[in-house]
Design a protein around this ligand. Structure first.
Ligand SMILES: NC(=O)c1ccc[n+]([C@@H]2O[C@H](COP(=O)([O-])OP(=O)(O)OC[C@H]3O[C@@H](n4cnc5c(N)ncnc54)[C@H](O)[C@@H]3O)[C@@H](O)[C@H]2O)c1
Length: 353
């Protein structure tokens, strides 16, 4: 289908669809939003007005039966992903789905089997893996420049998740692990990318319950693999957004500042005052260089964030018959670990007097 435009039907016109998927699809050559669907008629009208000549549906089944589509892009809450994905696969459409692709391994396997059985692709959006700074760090690690990876620490401060946790009517409270299920897929797949297979060994949530909306939400998760330890620290009370990933190696460490598009190096050794000062200087210069490059890319419209990159690669994989940018096995590993973390958190809560 190389020459043909991939026709996309997008379901769920909420936050992520409007902020990321719709603008990304508009920039991708060889893709076209053919139809949008949302069960909320007001939202559907607002989004539909901006996308002239795009078909609008309040009912997903109707979109599948009436619209001419190659791909269904699922941007609804996670509770609906597996059911909508299976319906899309049964209608012969490729499935692109926001994280988490499913709420349990059992659900994910049903979705993957439906896709395989109907000969269509399944791709989970793991956008942070496609951010330029994460890719740069990963390729350095693959080249061996930091030595062997020994650990990954991720600090996550996000106003969006902190705000939705406080909204008692938000769907995140109905997820198996509450906010934890909504927040952790990103750090899990990042840690897996640097450390390989990992298992959760400790989970701490500073909440009286996993699903409530009162009080601050701090989550700490420790994951252990053959190559090292990964630590995720999520803070739900920060007034600012920040995601920092420290990747430690036997020769040096890398600090990926996802929010500010920067990668800094921390070298091992050199405990004297002069070498500490030099390290400060080197990091300052790196930060300046990263800032200048990010500003130029944004100003010239060349910046490609993680969503644009992963959606584009998926569309091109459909057009060219090449591998999907996120494999089914990779997505399955995220769901397996996520489910296990939610179970550990629930067990910890139950054991707390
Ligand atoms: N990758 C990221 O960085 C990122 C960031 C934010 C959200 N997300 C993910 O995106 C998904 C959506 O999150 P959001 O914040 O945009 O949610 P949202 O609540 O803002 O939007 C969801 C929309 O889906 C619609 N919907 C629900 N069920 C439907 C159905 N059966 N048929 C048609 N429409 C239906 C709702 O009416 C709503 O408009 C979630 O899986 C979330 O985890 C990912």
């Amino acid at each position: 289908m190389t020459d043909r435009t991939v026709r996309v039907g997008l379901v769920g016109c909420g936050v992520i669809a409007r902020w990321q998927h719709i603008p990304a699809l508009a920039r991708i050559s060889g893709a076209e939003i053919a139809a949008v669907c949302d069960k909320d008629p007001g939202l559907l009208a607002t989004v539909g007005k901006k996308l002239r000549s795009v078909e609008r549906y309040e009912d997903f089944g109707e979109m599948l039966s009436r619209a001419k589509l190659d791909v269904v892009d699922i941007c609804t809450p996670p509770q609906t992903h597996a059911a909508l994905g299976i319906q899309a696969a049964e209608s012969g459409r490729h499935v692109l789905v926001e994280k988490p692709a499913a709420l349990s391994l059992e659900e994910f396997d049903r979705l993957a089997e439906a896709c395989q059985g109907h000969g269509v692709r399944l791709c989970e959006i793991e956008n942070k893996m496609f951010e330029p700074v994460v890719r740069r760090a990963l390729s350095e690690v693959k080249r061996g420049s930091i030595g062997s990876v020994t650990g990954v620490d991720i600090k996550v401060l996000l106003r969006r998740t902190a705000a939705l946790a406080k909204d008692p009517s938000h769907w995140c409270h109905e997820l198996p692990g509450g906010l934890l299920t909504e927040t952790l897929p990103h750090p899990i797949y990042i840690i897996q990318a640097f450390l390989g297979a990992v298992e959760p060994v400790a989970v701490h949530v500073t909440r009286p319950d996993l699903h409530g909306h009162a009080g601050s939400y701090e989550i700490i998760v420790v994951l252990e693999g053959r190559r090292g330890v990964g630590v995720v620290a999520y803070s739900g009370s920060s007034p600012k957004d920040k995601v920092v990933i420290d990747v430690h190696g036997t020769r040096k460490s890398l600090r990926i500042d996802l929010w500010n598009s920067a990668v800094l190096e921390y070298r091992i050794g050199g405990a004297g005052r002069a070498s500490r000062g030099l390290e400060n200087l080197r990091q300052g210069l790196s930060l300046l260089a990263c800032t200048a490059s990010a500003v130029t890319e944004v100003a010239t419209g060349r910046f490609r964030g993680g969503h644009l990159q992963v959606i584009d690669e998926f569309i091109q994989s459909v057009r060219n018959g090449t591998d999907s940018p996120v494999s089914v096995e990779q997505a399955r590993e995220v769901i397996r670990v996520l489910e296990s973390i939610a179970e550990m958190a629930a067990a910890n809560r139950a054991a707390t007097p």
